[in-house]
Design a protein around this ligand. Structure first.
Ligand code: ADP
Ligand code: ZN
Length: 718
């Protein structure tokens, strides 16, 4: 160990207890607890050891070098390939009151000189540098104390990785130049070959390797059949009017078409792909980061340079090429740790197209195998997270409870007859037709192709006309997955039987199939009410405040406070500095800068709530007074200029609160009984509409409300 570290470890490190790390974490970053592995990685670096940290996207890599940077006496150099990201990281650090800057080729010579001068003054703790811009610092290196070198996206150094950058290959010299400075290499790429390559090429000395779990529990996983994709997406977005999301598409054309369709329905959506003008691309990216564009329809070119922590959902419009890519893309959702949704649309057509690409591209065999794993994931009938994590080498025994399969376990039924019909259709068609033709044949379709081939004359034509196209499609895919038939990708995607088909056709083997759920709009409706209820919530008020401040300060909104911090403010309602400081994500600097504005907003919200309650109280009171004076319900409604059913609801509420009101004059016992019976049949719905519909609109809302009040209070049994 070098003299510097010897000095460092003996004088400071010995006293640098867990408590100091936690205080630094809270005061400077506002966080209460370390995420898994962060503390161990930091301790390792502080002891002067080279370190390789493998953490998933959103796992919290930045803290691993930002926190030690504050404790080290000298400067921390952060090498990052992503110029756009540097500015955001520096903004985030500054919002936390930490001095940082970046040096890259996007700056003018003057700007660079300015930062180089300030580096000399030793105020700056972290400098972000693009690998190709390291030479700008060369002359400085002799006079600077470099305490730590962090290499972000370290897989870029490896030709084995999926994002090789030539400029990274020169970074090996850093170890020679600064032999006593610890290097921290960070990546989200888990594969072992890349890992080894990183250590070797960076000349790391006995690096300690940390591999965090790739499980991102806050991301829900869902796969849906690609039926009416656009409509499904529109419904999905409608449900979350203010939430940012990314839709990944396979082709540039799809991104543009989809963005246009979404715009037509009023969604603030933009397209993004490598073919667009650079200016437009960076504008779209900025708007997305700054919450000025809600949805980006993008090819996989989008996302690498994005640190936005409040991406609330990610949709894959098309099947991704492999699980690594898919996992990285969904990983862009929910970095703040809040629940976030991911949906993948699976289509047979995509599969065929991807298969074609893969077989024609470089390294075809590997690409095809990776695609196959992706497909197995999409077709899975058991917990999806288990499959994903096993792909990354993690063994999980428990089901996750946050994927569509766990939430809606498939129900199997005896599908032997269906399977027999399908497999014999394949035989009748001489194993020479692709899936859509088989379905048309089974369903007795009268289209031109069938007639041209005279398939309508074959014996089993139309034996499956009782099932929908959707169902046949699902069942055939299941039969393929079960191994009874296969797609000949090299022969126009003809469906052929495998040796196992015989067992079903001739040896009496039973086949279990399941009905894949079509996405139901019911769930959607329930969610819509939820959104309406939250439109005026404290969260929305705080979100708007954050947006205004972000505009003034010209930084992304999530840099001010994360969604997670706002959610916590909503539930805990902090009204003093002390209370606000207890929120995760509020450190000293942010408390000073933004504390007053947020506390004020929370207090105002509370006050408004009290006034509203009082107002509601008086309106009931007025109705009660008139009622006590003997006025009829109609008269009260007229005098108060309110609807009859509103007055009824007042009376119901007053009655429930214990006022001596005789409701029997408004509703007969018979009607109460009917409504009580309906309540049981309808399984006690919260809304009144189901009752209204149940009685075919013959009993009005006022009466339903009264009856329910009576039932609630008296607990009528029928
Ligand atoms: P990565 O680089 O691994 O993708 P980041 O470093 O950008 O992840 O961190 C992702 C998000 O998690 C950021 O919004 C960050 O502020 C937040 N975060 C990091 N560490 C913690 C922590 N200990 N507690 C709460 N939030 C954290
Ligand atoms: Zn699961």
């Amino acid at each position: 160990m070098s003299s510097f570290f010897y000095y460092f470890s003996s004088k400071i490190y010995a006293t640098m207890t867990t408590a100091i790390l936690h205080t630094t974490l809270k005061e400077n970053f506002g966080f209460e607890k370390f995420r898994p592995n962060q503390e161990d990685i930091i301790n390792c670096i502080l002891s002067g050891q080279d370190t390789l940290a493998i953490m998933p996207t959103g796992g919290g890599k930045s803290i691993c070098f930002q926190l030690p940077a504050l404790l080290f006496p000298g400067i921390t150099i952060v090498i990052s390939p992503l110029i756009a990201l540097m500015k955001d990281q520096v903004d985030s650090l500054k919002a936390n009151g930490i001095e940082a800057c970046f040096i890259n080729s996007s700056q003018t010579e003057g700007e660079r000189q300015f930062y180089i001068e300030s580096l000399k003054s030793n105020i700056i703790k972290l400098v972000y540098v693009a690998p190709e811009s390291l030479s700008f610092l060369d002359t400085l290196f002799n006079s600077l104390t470099v305490s730590l070198i962090a290499i972000d996206e370290a897989h870029c150094i490896s030709a084995w990785g999926h994002d090789f950058r030539p400029a990274y290959t020169n970074l090996g010299y850093l170890k020679n130049r600064f032999p006593s400075t610890p290097i921290l290499a960070l990546t989200a790429t888990a594969d072992k070959v890349t890992r080894k390559d990183i250590s070797a090429q960076l000349n790391l000395v006995n690096p300690q390797i940390f591999v965090a779990s790739f499980d991102r529990k806050n991301l829900s996983l869902e796969v849906r059949p690609a039926l009416d994709r656009v409509k499904q997406i529109i419904d999905f977005i409608k449900d979350k009017p203010n939430e940012s999301g990314i839709i990944y598409c396979l082709s540039r054309k799809t991104t543009e078409e989809l963005a246009e369709k979404l715009q037509k329905t009023g969604v603030n959506a933009k397209a993004y792909h490598a073919g667009l003008d650079g200016k437009i691309r960076s504008q779209t990216q900025d708007q997305f980061i700054n919450d000025d564009c809600q949805v980006v329809c993008a090819t996989i070119a989008f996302g690498m340079g994005i640190d936005k922590s409040n991406v609330r959902w990610v949709i894959h419009y098309n099947l991704p090429k492999n699980i690594e890519g898919y996992y990285q893309e969904i990983g862009r959702a929910g970095r703040d740790g809040l629940p976030s949704e991911t949906v993948l649309f699976e289509s047979y057509g995509d599969m065929i197209q991807l298969q074609k690409f893969a077989s024609q591209g470089l390294n075809a065999e590997v690409q095809l195998a990776k695609l196959e794993r992706m497909k197995q994931y999409a077709d899975a009938l058991s917990c999806r997270r288990k499959i994903l994590l096993s792909y990354f080498g993690e063994l999980v025994t428990e089901n996750c409870g946050n994927c569509d399969i766990c939430k809606n376990p498939p129900l199997f039924f005896d599908g032997t007859i269906i399977a027999q019909k399908a497999l014999s259709a394949i035989i009748r068609l001489k194993e020479s037709e692709p899936l859509p033709v088989i379905i048309d044949f089974l369903r007795g379709s009268k289209n031109a192709y069938i007639y041209e081939k005279e398939y309508q004359l074959l014996k089993t034509y139309a034996v499956g006309s009782d099932l929908s196209w959707f169902n046949w499609n699902q069942y055939l895919i299941q039969l393929i997955n079960l191994g009874y038939c296969e797609i000949a990708f090299d022969q126009q995607n003809k469906i052929r039987l495998t040796a196992f088909a015989k067992k079903v056709l001739f040896d009496g083997e039973k086949v279990q199939l399941t009905n894949v759920q079509k996405f139901s709009s019911e769930k959607q409706e329930a969610k819509e009410t939820k959104t309406k209820l939250t439109a005026n919530s404290l969260f929305e008020i705080l979100r708007k405040l954050r947006y205004e401040i972000s505009k003034e300060e010209q930084v992304p909104a999530y840099v001010i406070f994360s969604d997670a911090a706002l959610r916590q403010m909503e539930t805990e309602r902090p009204m003093s500095d002390q209370e606000l400081l207890a929120i995760d994500g509020v450190g000293k600097a942010k408390l000073e800068k933004y504390g007053d504005a947020f506390i004020k907003a929370i207090i105002e919200f509370q006050k408004a709530k009290v006034v509203k309650k009082k107002k509601e109280g008086t309106t009931y009171q007025e109705t009660l007074e008139m009622y006590n004076r003997g006025l009829s319900v109609e008269a009260i409604a007229e005098k108060r200029n309110l609807g009859l059913s509103t007055i009824m609801s007042h009376l119901a509420k007053l009655y429930l609160d214990g006022a001596p009101i005789d409701l029997s004059q408004f509703i007969s016992n018979d009607e109460v009984q009917q409504i009580a019976a309906a309540k049981i049949t309808l399984e006690s719905p919260v809304a009144l509409k189901p009752y209204f519909d149940y009685f075919e609109e013959k009993i009005d809302y006022g009466k339903i409300r009264l009856a329910l009040a009576i039932i609630d209070k008296q607990g009528i049994l029928i």
